[in-house]
Design a protein around this ligand. Sequence first.
Ligand code: BES
Ligand code: ZN
Ligand code: ZN
Length: 486
Amino acid sequence: MNFELTALPIQDIESDLEVIIVVDKNLKHFFVQDKKLLKKAGFSCEQDETCLLVGKDRLYVGADSLRGASIRTAAASALKAIRGTGYHSIKVATYTNKGCSYSIRAMVEGFILGAYSFETYKSKKNKSKIQHVTLSLENYESKAIEIEKASIMVHKAQIIADATNFTRDIVNTTPDDCYPAVMASIAKSMAKDVGLSCKVLKPKELRKEKMETLLAVARASRHKPRVIHLAHKPKNPKCVITLVGKGLTYDSGGLSLKPADYMVTMKSDKSGGSAVMGIMKAVAEMDLPIEVHGFIGAVENMIGGDAYKPDDVLVAKNGKTIEIRNTDAEGRLVLADVLCYAQQEVKADYIFDFATLTGASVVAVGHYTSSIMGNNKEIQNLVVKEAHKSGELATALDFNPYLQKTIKSEIADICNISNTRYGGAITAGQFLNAFIEKKNSDKWAHIDIAGPAFVEHAWGENPHGASGAGVRMMIKLIETLANKKD
Ligand code: BES
Ligand code: ZN
Ligand code: ZN
């Protein structure tokens, strides 16, 4: 999909279809030319409601406000509504921006995210046909948007939405087509394309690095594990960020096998690692003046005669012993070793990990929101704020000393599950905290994306399947750090 910016008024632009985003519930605004027809069609201007007037080649979309989040999902809904039609190009006025180029960014992101479909396994494809989008910068409100500023925003939006779709594609790919070695080769070819460095550790190197808990989780799978290290190293970086992602290409639960209904969708347990890949791609393409490292633990959790067991005690890379009481709490074991490795390899100012870590996070905050944990309220708040600016939802969950006690072990240093059914997102976060070095304690935040990573019933700008959760929020955060005045 390519985008063109013009100062021409909308009626002078040649295009198959005009998209009109309407915020005024009374349809009074002068650009709503089809008030009568819209009323007849029952268009009530709800957020994301669409009404296609085929004879007029106009598509109306409702929005609750002019805020980025509303414009983004309205734009996505527009593209969803015209999938399967014969339209190839659209034009849209940007009066919704009130002189602010930020909502151009939201609109362009919405178009690209809304046009996404995953059809690798369909014999009959139904891809979005929209190839050309013309944005009219004709000035309806008092302030004009400069074309130069707007085109920078369009370019950024394209990078961010493409990175999100790149992540969605990886997550949506089936476990037998996307196993750890495949994750590593996707990382390698992406790194080559955008100019990142990429190092892949295979079992021999993982053993040398004493990543025995990760290796134990991987043991029963015919697909051998990989740890992937991507790096973006600009000259004179403003700061250094480490990202760590859970890349369980499949989570059967292991010997603590998941019930049948819970196992379906567990190809999405690689969402954290896939998000890290998407973020790294965008950081490189935007050439942000920050050094960013991405570490991904790619592992498959299976059953078999060689499987690790409840009752085992494993030794993590940092020497801590872990009593295993449930092999389905495997993500924290993989992350423990990768977090230790990442801290050994890079001295960072910020450490973020992304993981579909717990069903408890979904219970706590719902399907639409990521939960943010850590020891530093300021960093947690920063993630929440930047997530909201990017169009993602996030909320902070606090650690506490009572829950900390529930992951004590009678026979080892720590237990991989809590002794209580409640507060599971937090106890998982507190488990990870045991693998964060003291000196990094205040630099780290854990992002549980179990809720939004995989969408069963389409919502917002997301169709069924992977959403790319974590990608937009972290790119926004890194951009904010890049723009910070020293
Ligand atoms: N990958 C799952 C968590 C998950 C559940 C992600 C639902 C997305 C949707 C994780 O490895 C897991 O199985 N966690 C267990 C932990 C429990 C055994 C302490 C869970 O959440 O039930
Ligand atoms: Zn699990
Ligand atoms: Zn898992």
